[in-house]
Design a protein around this ligand. Structure first.
Ligand code: PLP
Length: 419
């Protein structure tokens, strides 16, 4: 309560902004994930890895736009790329000179994407990938996993959401090979796709076990269904995404977030024969329009990011720094004898209020919300901005000194609320 009172006292402008916004948007909100009680911070400005709220408090940004902000706020090369696109005029109403270049960079980075198409978000990419799989197989059902997040209209936190698009979903248990095998057998005749995040991101950075993900590859092939890897979040974890590390070739992959240089972005792609359904030269092809699919700002920023900033070496280095930080944070939790842990891979991690290994969302204690609240408000007080759910993301402009200060702030939390 004291933390909360201090938060309210320190942020009168954020509170006023939310009240005013609520006159024109329900709850003053247009992105559900950003809302938390008593009211979310209004962020006024960002630079590199720093953010300032409407009351003038500064933060080091340890959430990086939920992974889309890999390059930080207005990286000079991204800025130059956007400026160059602006100079050439936006909204060109035609195939432009940039889209194939970004597509080529993506296919080189992720070889399972033999062909790809762009969308405006990861959500759309998943909707299109599912549609492609259903059309290709002539089947209807889609196997997803409890705890999965494939977009605002494809969220399976505790079963289907009221706003999910009405595909006939079958919901399995993540990392459960036996149960999933039975489900696939049961629905095999009408199963179009298995859609899976190699690590459940929004679900709390729950790592997909390699044997589970390999089993999905085998099960999909045996059932004649397509395996779709949602790498919207995990594509940053290695130069070729999580699929390269695991040595799994999905039939389709969806991408998003940082690959558009921090601009609105999504992509879906994979096997050439599946993607050929979208070839407009073919009679009966699948249509996929979208005014902003190839917008020059995203294309230009994305090209700069992949070709000039997030090189394979830089990707390896960032994720190694993340692994090192997570190891240190977990060592601190153990040293303080607390039932807390940071799950995740590479540059992505999530706090959980249990010391027990987490294989799927059912292993997450419901009471952990309190610990996460304390952690979130403590870290804000210490000058670190992260997601209310305990999600922590390293982006490129974060320095080693920032990481040291972050670790010290977590240590202070463990001392403050420890036994
Ligand atoms: N898939 C995954 C794994 C995600 O983490 C997200 C977003 O967080 C999405 C899909 C949806 O992407 P977008 O927010 O661009 O629609």
């Amino acid at each position: 309560d004291r933390l909360r009172e201090a938060y309210v006292a320190r942020h009168p402008e954020s509170r006023a902004r939310l009240q005013a916004a609520a006159e024109v948007m329900p709850g003053g909100n247009t992105r559900s994930v950003l809302f938390y009680e008593p009211f979310p911070l209004a962020i006024a400005r960002g630079e590199g890895a720093r953010l300032w709220d409407a009351d003038g408090h500064g933060y080091t940004d340890f959430i990086g736009e939920f992974t889309a902000g890999l390059y930080g706020h207005s990286h000079p090369l991204i800025r130059d790329a956007i400026d160059a696109a602006l100079d050439g005029g936006i909204n060109l109403t035609g195939h432009n000179l940039l889209e194939a270049e970004l597509a080529r960079l993506v296919t080189q980075r992720f070889p399972s994407l033999e062909r790809l198409r762009f969308t405006n978000s990861g959500t759309e990419a998943n909707l299109l990938a599912i549609t492609a799989a259903r059309h290709f197989t002539g089947r209807r059902k889609v196997l997803v996993f409890k705890g999965a997040y494939h977009g605002g209209v494809l969220t399976f936190a505790g079963g289907p959401s009221p706003v999910n698009v009405p595909f006939p979903f079958v919901i399995g248990t993540y990392n459960d090979i036996e149960g999933t095998t039975a489900l696939v057998k049961e629905h095999a005749a009408d199963l179009a796709a298995i859609v899976v995040e190699p690590m459940q991101g929004a679900g709390g950075c729950i790592v997909g076990q390699p044997d589970f993900l390999h089993a999905l590859r085998r099960l999909a092939s045996e059932a004649g269904a397509l395996l779709v890897f949602d790498e919207v979040m995990t594509s940053r974890l290695a130069p070729g995404g999580r699929q390269a590390v695991l040595g799994i070739r999905p039939d389709l992959t969806t991408l998003g977030k940082y690959i558009g240089g921090g601009m609105s972005f999504g992509a879906f792609g994979g096997r050439a024969d599946v993607m050929a359904q979208f070839d407009p030269r073919t009679p009966g092809h699948l249509g996929h329009a979208g005014t902003f699919n190839n917008n020059v700002l995203t294309m230009s920023a994305g090209i700069a990011g992949l070709s000039r900033i997030y090189t394979p070496e830089v990707a390896q280095a960032l994720n190694a720094r993340g692994d090192a930080l997570r190891d240190r944070l977990n060592a601190s939790c153990r040293a303080h004898g607390l039932a807390l842990q940071f799950t995740g891979l590479g540059s992505l991690m999530n706090l959980h209020g249990t010391g027990v290994a987490i294989r799927n969302v059912d292993d997450i204690p419901t009471a952990e919300g309190i610990v996460k609240d304390l952690f979130f408000f403590h870290m804000l007080e210490q000058g670190f901005y992260l997601a209310r759910r305990g999600f922590i993301v390293l982006s490129l402009p974060i320095t080693d000194a920032d990481i040291e200060r972050f670790h010290a702030a977590v240590e202070a939390f463990l001392r403050r609320f420890g036994p």
